[in-house]
Design a protein around this ligand. Structure first.
Ligand SMILES: [Zn+2]
Length: 181
């Protein structure tokens, strides 16, 4: 007769195999270590690793307000979301993502909508690292007013690292900007 596993074992199994597995989040909010284990300046976003060319998805409801290119942060998209903090709208910044051609200013998005693909990160200047999407929430779009995204995660703080088909994301909540492999 087999013994029931102890609660500690069950917790470990859930941590390894369940939806809470954080294998894709390679650098967290305010982490001092980047996706290749090197020291980094204060990190105001979260980085989700994945192969170059993998699809990034919208984490929230919102409207595209900017497509840009920066030598160090790479391609990127900025989206004004449907939620506000301190009376100000919250914006999402996705960096290292090449937007699909249709993802232009004014396009409305909902959680899970494809927005583009992860670009390869080869440069060693700037923040040389492995390929990832950088996801950052800013109050009023102000880079000096970043906020921790995890309280707005659809499954709770730190629980979701990728979007599962069929997942319901209520307005005012976010998901990680990559599909599950
Ligand atoms: Zn980052």
């Amino acid at each position: 007769m087999s013994k029931a596993p102890s609660s500690a074992v069950v917790a470990l199994l859930l941590a390894v195999g369940g939806p809470a597995a954080a294998q894709d989040m390679c650098s967290g909010y305010q982490s001092s270590i980047n996706c290749i284990g090197k020291k980094r300046p204060l990190h105001n976003g979260m980085d989700f690793g994945g192969p170059a060319g993998s699809e990034a998805i919208s984490a929230t409801y919102g409207t595209v307000v900017e497509r840009n290119f920066d030598e160090c942060s790479g391609h990127g998209l900025t989206v004004r979301t449907d939620f506000s903090l301190y009376e100000s709208p919250v914006y999402v910044r996705y960096a290292h993502v090449e937007g699909y051609p249709r993802i232009q200013r004014g396009v409305a998005l909902k959680p899970g909508d494809p927005i583009g693909t992860l670009i390869p990160l080869r440069h060693t200047r700037c923040h040389g690292s492995r390929t990832h999407v950088h996801y950052e929430l800013r109050v009023n779009g102000d880079p000096k007013r970043p906020i921790d995204p995890s309280p707005y995660w659809a499954d709770g703080p730190g629980k979701v690292t990728c979007f599962r088909e069929g997942m319901v994301v209520p307005p005012g909540k976010a998901i990680a900007p990559r599909r599950c492999d």
